[in-house]
Design a protein around this ligand. Structure first.
Ligand code: UD1
Ligand code: CA
Length: 453
């Protein structure tokens, strides 16, 4: 049966106290809505409709090619009204699953159980909470069947004592949804069109209502405040850390790692405290990452060690390299095997051949280094002339003395030695020492200056 998914995401999220629409607040580095969309896509829905309203343009702009239909709800008149706005975008047949854009941790398996239950009638996801305040309560009849959902504000004291609450997710047939939505009114404490009223309408028509319990209350936890967002972030990171441990990764402290994307690790990888992984990061067998490193969209080869306080972005690092401490790899750094990059070395859009080294205080940008090049402390590639960028080429087995400035475009031929402190603006011949600096002089009889008077 064809499945269509409606995601409610029009709410403002006043309690976030933010100019950013609620569903765009990041969890693990990605908008809340992106997590829900991932789960929706995993269910292989024929169609996904997002009901949006607050910050509509910003929300749409954040998902440019998402392959989803956008339904606008300019005024938020309730969850029932929100789903009504989605109806023109839905096909008449098949099943509909309703999700919230601000409930990011719901699992695919739970939604599959909900869809399974919807074969019998109207399936409602519920959860038992220690503190149910604020939620709609699930009221069951003597036989244990779901009879009604009553909103907290409309509930009597005895109804408020019920701890089983409505998570807000439903699965049902599209024709039934269309029919019941037409009959929802806003005669209630909040003057809202409650989607929950479809439960009583189903019962009145003898359509079974199946309450499916979520196993884990985190799955149905929504984000209404920065506190809740922070709590969900911690929960997400705890799960990410446990997954890594289960895969055999050594974490110095599972409570002090943040994975904001996809982190793939080989065997015997070890990660020290306070590291942040963003985008797609791959750590090869035996790779080690020291404390306080940030890695974004990076591939690290087997046996490579990244020392503390290194910042690596959009780079590829070969096997058995030593990076840091305090190294900075900017986008386009491409390091072959056994490269050493030391403290306060910045590499940008440059390739370094095998076993090349830049161990201290250097800037290498727009450069191509061969194998076994030794870059001395303080070396700079002057890649920018104020208008354009130029390339520096350093062939195999060169030795660049400390504090050299290489004014691009320039080529340092194979086996060149560059004297310390040289400013090199012309290509060098292979295998020779090139020195470009003022001659050292000492002045005989020189006296230090004295203060007058
Ligand atoms: C709703 C349920 C309640 C349930 C709770 C779970 C109703 C009437 N009540 O509560 O039983 O326990 O969810 O969290 O459905 N939204 C729109 N447009 C609107 C109103 C809401 O898009 O006009 C979206 C919100 O952005 C949010 C979701 O729907 O993502 C739920 O809205 P919210 O106001 O948080 O839920 P309640 O109505 O309080
Ligand atoms: Ca509400």
């Amino acid at each position: 049966m064809a499945l269509q998914i409606v995601i409610l995401a029009a709410g403002q999220g006043k309690r976030m106290r933010s100019g950013l629409p609620k569903v765009l607040h990041p969890l693990a580095g990605r908008p809340l809505l992106a997590h829900v969309l991932d789960t929706a896509r995993a269910l292989k829905a024929r169609r996904i409709v997002v009901v949006h309203g607050h910050g509509a343009e910003a929300v749409r702009a954040a998902f440019p090619d998402a392959g989803i239909a956008w339904a606008l709800q300019p005024e938020q008149l309730g969850t029932g009204h929100a789903v009504q706005q989605a109806m023109p975008h839905l096909e008449a047949g098949g099943d509909v699953l309703v999700l919230y854009g601000d409930v990011p941790l719901v699992r695919e398996a739970t939604l599959r159980r909900l869809l399974e239950a919807a074969r019998e009638g109207l399936a409602v996801l519920t959860v038992e909470l220690d503190d149910p305040a604020g939620y709609g309560r699930v009221l069951r009849d003597q036989a244990g069947r779901v009879a009604r959902i009553v909103e907290h504000k409309d509930a009597s004291p005895s109804e408020r004592a019920v701890r089983e609450v409505n998570a807000g997710f439903y699965a049902l047939s599209a024709p039934r949804l269309a029919g019941w939505l037409k009959r929802i009114t806003n005669r209630n404490a909040q003057k809202e069109y409650y989607l929950t009223d479809i439960v009583a309408l189903a019962v009145a028509e003898d359509v079974p209502v199946i309450g499916v319990r979520a196993e884990d209350e985190w799955e149905v936890a929504g984000v209404n405040s920065k506190r809740e967002l922070a709590a969900l972030e911690r929960r997400y990171q705890k799960q990410a850390a446990e997954r890594l441990l289960d895969e055999g990764v050594t974490l110095a402290d599972p409570a002090r790692i943040d994975v904001r994307g996809a982190l793939q690790c080989g065997r015997d990888v070890s990660i020290d405290v306070n590291c942040v992984f963003e985008g797609r990061v791959t750590l090869g067998d035996g790779a080690r990452v020291g404390a306080n490193c940030v890695l974004r969209d990076v591939t690290v080869g087997a046996g490579t060690e990244v020392f503390a306080f290194s910042h690596l972005d959009s780079s590829v690092i070969g096997a058995r390299c030593r990076i840091g401490p305090y190294a900075r790899l900017r986008p386009g750094a491409d390091l072959a095997d056994e490269v050493h990059i030391g403290n306060f070395v910045e590499i940008k859009a440059s390739r370094l051949g095998a076993a090349s080294k830049a161990n201290h205080l250097a800037y290498i940008g727009d450069a191509e280094l061969g194998a076994r090049v030794n870059v001395g402390a303080g070396t700079i590639t002057c890649n920018y002339d104020g208008a354009e960028k130029h390339r520096t080429v350093i062939e195999d087995d060169c030795f660049i003395g400390s504090d050299a400035t290489l004014v691009a475009p320039v080529r340092i031929a194979r086996g060149s030695y560059i004297g310390a402190g040289s400013t090199i603006s012309k290509d060098t011949p292979p295998g020779q020492l090139t020195v470009a600096r003022a001659k050292q002089v000492s002045v005989p009889g020189w006296k230090p200056p004295k203060k007058k008077g």
